[in-house]
Design a protein around this ligand. Structure first.
Ligand code: HEC
Length: 151
């Protein structure tokens, strides 16, 4: 029994290390502690804005509209990250290029394509997070059009 708890505790510890240094699994407004003592990184702030923007786009898409986001997604390439070596990696560059190309397709899609490209966008958020920063995935999942849990 005790052994099971120990293993569980170890696994939780491991997940925390992997999750970009914070717990973020209870939806908006529940970030438990700042990412670093100097406040949140530019990238973390951009990401939060991307999530809020994503939830707005979701409503638009569900209403049959083409999203009209004005958020500067290109900043994903230049915003300073909490762990700069992560954002400097070739992996990050590949994921962020793919992400930006989907943003473009979404913005220029017609009403037949919009659900498809919106879903691709959420996949793209999830893909980079799966590879580099799994913590926020629980939250990003809520952007899916068919998400059925609590918001
Ligand atoms: C190219 C990789 C990449 C893509 C694509 C990406 N993210 Fe992130 N995300 C990161 C990294 C790296 C961090 C950690 C940022 C930091 O702490 O500096 C992060 C952090 C976050 C956070 C936590 C911010 C906080 O409060 O600290 C949220 C929420 C988030 N991303 C949501 C999203 C959403 C929504 C999308 C898609 C619209 C997305 N991400 C796409 C790499 C990515």
């Amino acid at each position: 029994m005790i052994k099971t708890y120990l293993i569980a505790a170890l696994m939780i510890g491991f997940v925390l290390i992997l999750s970009c240094a914070q717990i973020d699994n209870k939806g908006s407004g529940s970030v438990l502690h700042p990412v670093n003592p100097n406040g949140d990184s530019e990238l973390a702030l951009l990401m939060r804005a991307m999530f809020d923007d994503g939830m707005t786009m979701k409503k638009e898409v569900l209403a049959g509209k083409i999203p009209t986001s004005l958020l500067e997604y290109e900043k994903i390439h230049t915003a300073n990250a909490t762990e700069p070596e992560k954002a400097a990696s070739p992996e990050y560059k590949a994921y962020s290029d793919q992400f930006l190309s989907i943003v473009k397709k979404l913005k220029t899609s017609d009403e037949h394509q919009v659900e498809h490209f919106y879903t691709q966008l959420v996949h793209s958020c999830m893909g980079c997070h799966q590879a580099m920063c799994p913590g926020p995935m629980v939250r990003i999942k809520k952007m899916y059009l068919d998400y059925e849990g609590d918001l």
